[in-house]
Design a protein around this ligand. Structure first.
Ligand SMILES: [Zn+2]
Length: 299
């Protein structure tokens, strides 16, 4: 019995061994079919990837380091000065372009501003006039380095910023007055506080935010940041400093204005980078003047 049992064990072992020996062969055959299929899938996948890259080619954005210092969302304050490439290229003298100045006054004949910003400002002033608010005055716009230096020397560090550290050096900021009375009391000031964000402008130094902005309340100083940013900042009660921090934290946000959806994303930029866009839509890129860019996808 023991001998038979022993033989049975031997047979089982042999049989088992045979099965084990065959198993890899079966598995191998099976695998090779899978390999083949997998290969096919990989090939298809490759084609899809290539197609995707082809499609995205139109929507890939090459971002160089200099882009950090250009655009409508640049943060300029005591910490972050204007870089030369940050000055808006379309600055014009308003006094010499009177056809663009309608429905408001200019303090003097030296006022300069980005032409793009003037157009938005005009649209806003037209709308204010429809509400019966029509005594606006631009008292300051773009200031070059010389202007800013002169102002700094005349006014001192309590009232002016050194050259390069003022938003006025960008061409995107302006001081708006009322011909009637001080802006904190004037209808013009009240109307702007309520409505300017609809036109891409923000009150840059609000009363309750001087600890964040480092600047006392300036009811006259408005900054163009563009849509949809101005609307989001107004709704969430954020200064530009806070808004840029918020975008960095969130990475991507979407917002709907008048039933139109915008997508806003922050990208840190440490070297020249290519950003692939998820969709084929109109977009805008602005640096934050610190360490990255904000891509805004328009409706
Ligand atoms: Zn100002």
């Amino acid at each position: 019995m023991k001998k038979w049992a022993f033989l049975l064990v031997i047979l089982l072992l042999l049989f088992g061994f045979e099965v084990m020996k065959q198993e890899p062969e079966v598995t191998k055959d099976h695998l090779s079919i899978e390999d083949y299929l997998a290969q096919d899938v990989i090939d298809q996948g490759d084609n899809q990837a290539i197609d995707a890259i082809d499609q995205d080619d139109n929507q890939s954005i090459d971002v160089g380091m200099d882009q950090i210092y250009q655009g409508d969302l640049l943060l300029v304050n005591k910490e972050y000065p204007v870089h030369q490439e940050g000055v808006t290229p379309d600055v014009i003298n308003l006094f010499q372009n009177q056809e663009l100045v309608q429905g408001y006054g200019l303090l003097d004949n030296t006022i300069q501003l980005s032409q793009r910003v003037v157009k938005q400002f005009n649209t806003m002033i037209d709308e204010a006039a429809r509400d019966g608010v029509r005594h606006f005055l631009i008292s300051s716009g773009y200031r070059d380095e010389q202007d800013q230096n002169r102002l700094y020397e005349e006014m001192g560090s309590d009232y002016a910023l050194p050259a390069g550290y003022s938003e006025h050096n960008l061409g995107l900021s302006l001081d708006i007055g009322s011909t009637e009375m001080a802006m904190n009391k004037a209808e013009e000031g009240k109307w702007l506080q309520k409505n300017a964000s609809t036109y891409g402008f923000i009150l840059r130094y609000p009363k309750d935010k001087s600890a964040i902005t480092g600047i006392q309340y300036e009811p006259w100083h408005y900054r163009y940041v563009g849509l949809p940013h101005s609307v989001i900042m107004q709704e969430k009660n954020l200064t530009l400093e806070q808004y840029l921090d918020f975008l960095k934290e969130q990475k991507t946000i979407t917002t709907t204005i008048d039933h139109e959806e915008y997508e806003i994303s922050y990208y840190p930029i440490m070297k020249n980078t290519t950003i692939l866009m998820p969709t084929v839509r109109r977009y805008e890129v602005s640096g934050n003047n610190i360490d990255g860019v904000i891509v805004t996808i328009h409706p």
